[in-house]
Design a protein around this ligand. Structure first.
Ligand SMILES: Nc1nc2c(ncn2[C@@H]2O[C@H](COP(=O)(O)OP(=O)(O)OP(=O)(O)O)[C@@H](O)[C@H]2O)c(=O)[nH]1
Ligand SMILES: [Zn+2]
Length: 366
């Protein structure tokens, strides 16, 4: 096999006994200056009963915590964790936060939630993927969700920014990967501008839940414990996937959401081939000949020989199929629902291609 073409990625087998014994991590992402640190400072200073550990990518100007933390500022990387009055822990790092999480785990027992801020230009997919592939980290923590903060005033400009290499820009990637989207700085725009932002981000990511804020003042319960990647709440996921509609592009060359729904059972082998063709080989093309580029993939599947619903999760080239505790009912029609978020996606072609994973009568005879 040609090693160059084929990434060394395999579907992940879960080795732990589920998320219950692990600490949830929420990734907070968003373009430069959108309000990520404001959100985290708000959470840190707010009274709540949770013991949250926060990893800031670095302290911005005028941060409420800046003064107290200057004391522990040693070198490039703050190794020191500051314990706040409300029981939270805080540190700041300059590189990606995974090292910080590893160090943090030495303080296990002192906190029950981790919030990780990425830098404004980070690809949250890359950060998210690390939780999946880093087995050592993965046994201590699990990814709860990706929260993207956007700036109501500048987001349209950021989403349309052209990258010289023709790649998807960071702002769009962050919106595409979000499980929760916070439209911040609503004080700076009119109701009309806000509606445009809402419609545009909704056209990119048809799955995302949207909140609107000033100074990132959110209800914490809407941000934490989303269970976006695990099988904790399959019923809700199934219902949610039923409601998601394919979207129409609002911006040139934009990313959009495509949904495919098909009754029947799929063959697990053919399903893996379909996903790998799409995510790894990238040999599915749209009508114009551009290779489809999937950023986020989610689904509930009915796999041959399995009594339980199977959940599909994908971020960039990584994906996972996991059997859920929820069984198909006796009389219930078995149906597959998939949601794709990405660029150059063509619904008809995806549907046609997905059909090849379905079992027909011939198959079931053999
Ligand atoms: N007008 C207005 N300004 C806000 C709001 N929320 C945050 N800001 C300001 O926006 C600036 C950037 O906020 P940060 O929280 O540092 O943004 P960030 O996303 O962490 O920025 P980077 O880490 O540098 O990418 C700060 O000066 C905030 O005070 C808001 O709702 N309205
Ligand atoms: Zn920040």
């Amino acid at each position: 096999m040609d090693e160059e073409d084929c990434p060394e990625l395999v579907p992940i087998e879960k080795t732990t006994d589920g998320p219950s014994s692990q600490i949830p991590v929420t990734i907070i992402t968003g373009y430069l200056g959108a309000g990520k640190t404001t959100l985290l400072n708000y959470i840190l200073t707010e009274q709540h009963s949770k013991r949250i550990a926060v990893i800031l990518n670095e302290f911005g100007e005028g941060s409420a915590l800046e003064k107290s933390l200057a004391v522990s500022q040693a070198g490039e990387l703050y190794e020191e964790w500051l314990e706040l009055r409300n029981g939270c822990l805080c540190c700041s790092v300059k590189d990606n936060g995974l090292k910080a999480i590893e160090n943090l785990m030495e303080k296990k027992g002192k906190f029950d939630y981790i919030l990780l801020e990425t830098t404004g230009l980070a690809d949250p997919g890359a950060v998210a993927s690390m939780f999946w592939v880093d087995a050592e980290l993965g046994s201590d923590v699990y990814l709860d969700g990706i929260v993207t903060v956007i700036d109501a005033k500048y987001t349209m400009q950021q989403l349309t920014e052209e990258k010289p290499d023709g790649l998807v820009n960071e702002a769009t990637r962050q919106v595409a990967l979000a499980d929760l989207l916070i439209i911040n700085k609503t004080d700076l725009v009119s109701e009309q501008e806000l509606r445009k932002v809402r419609d545009t981000v909704g056209s990119i990511n048809g799955l995302v839940r949207i909140l609107e804020t000033q100074k990132a003042r959110v209800d914490l319960s809407q941000v934490l414990d989303l269970h976006s990647f695990d099988i904790k709440d399959v019923t809700r996921l199934s219902e949610k996937l039923q409601l998601v509609k394919s979207t129409h592009p609002h911006l040139d060359k934009s990313i959009l959401t495509v949904t495919v729904e098909m009754p029947g059972d799929v063959s697990e082998d053919r399903l893996n081939l379909f996903i790998q063709d799409l995510l790894w080989e990238k040999n599915l093309k749209n009508k114009e000949g551009s290779p489809m580029h999937v950023i986020r993939l989610k689904g509930i599947l009915s796999i041959e020989g399995k009594g339980q619903r199977v959940m599909l999760q994908g971020v960039h080239e990584l994906y996972e199929l996991e059997e859920t505790p929820e069984a198909w009912g006796q009389e219930e029609p078995r149906v597959n629902r998939l949601v794709f978020i990405g660029r150059y996606l063509d619904r008809d072609i995806l549907r046609a291609q997905f059909t090849t994973t379905l079992l027909n009568k011939e198959d079931s005879k053999t």
